[in-house]
Ligand binder design. Structure first.
Ligand code: ADE
Length: 258
């Protein structure tokens, strides 16, 4: 049976995943450590995605080509764009667009040349499974985050959203740029730096893809504040709990594909 590829954007997330994997064997390809093992009865290959579209696309290609995974799930953080997407919320992607793709006048802005499309969809079934797992995890709060962390990030009633993620090779950290993105993509929930690239690679390999992102900031002038603390104190715990919940409910022998 094809394994599930798990791409984590952050070291803290990957470490938490590896702590749960039985008999993880390290295989190094292109300077990346891929961990092949078993998690709750499911064959998985876990890896750090690296940051940015090219690095993440390379990692995804190796997962699909060398390790022959049948599906890929990405976990990480994102900057909230839609007004109701707050720090501490979870966004499960429905589709992905590269916000910095512009090959005009060869084709319309944002369209990826040779694909005839700007948007690459997430696998609907995988996406729904992850949204359900996320809702269950958030409903069972507090994930032992500690009162200080809850207060600092005002994590009162976190919500799960499903919708469009936009990706580009830029950490968006000004309100002006965030406004421009929201104007260009009125349906965008959040911005990050890898999802659309991995979605394009999964499209090429006809593999199911989904992504879960915890909102670490509002992609505005305050976006850099306490980013690292949020990643280690909140996002990595959310990711682990969501993936654990999802895999628990996933029948063995079904790698999450529609
Ligand atoms: N990942 C988390 N926050 C982000 C932001 N503001 N811009 C791009 N990627 C992000």
């Amino acid at each position: 049976m094809a394994a599930i590829g798990i791409m984590s954007a952050m070291h803290e997330e990957l470490s938490a995943v590896l702590a749960q994997m039985a008999d993880g064997q390290r295989v190094t390809v292109a300077g990346r450590d891929f961990w092949v093992g078993d998690w709750q009865g499911h064959p998985v290959v876990a890896v750090l995605s690296r940051i940015g579209k090219v690095a993440a696309a390379t990692t995804a290609s190796i997962l699909l080509d060398r390790f022959q995974v049948g599906s890929v799930v990405f976990t990480g953080v994102a900057g909230g764009l839609a007004p109701d997407v707050r720090v501490g919320d979870v966004v499960v992607a429905r589709g992905f667009v590269q916000h910095d793709m512009d090959a005009s006048p060869l084709c319309p802005r944002y369209e990826v040349p040779f694909y005839g499309r700007a948007c690459f969809d997430a696998d609907p079934s995988l996406s729904d499974q992850l949204a359900q797992a996320s809702a269950q995890v958030l409903a069972a709060a507090p994930l032992h985050l500690g009162q200080e962390t809850m207060d600092q990030f005002k994590l009162l009633t976190p919500c799960v959203h499903q919708g469009l993620l936009v990706s580009g090779d830029r950490f968006v950290s000004t309100s002006a740029e965030s406004r421009l993105l929201s104007q260009a993509f009125p349906l965008a929930m959040a911005v990050e730096m890898e999802g659309a690239a991995v979605a394009q690679v999964c499209w090429d390999y006809k593999a199911a893809f989904a992504a879960v992102r915890t909102v670490s900031d509002r992609a505005d002038d305050a976006a850099h504040t306490d980013f690292q603390r949020f990643v280690s104190g909140v996002a990595s715990r959310y990711s682990l709990a969501i993936l654990t919940r999802w895999l628990k409910d996933l029948p063995t022998g079904v790698p999450g594909i529609t």
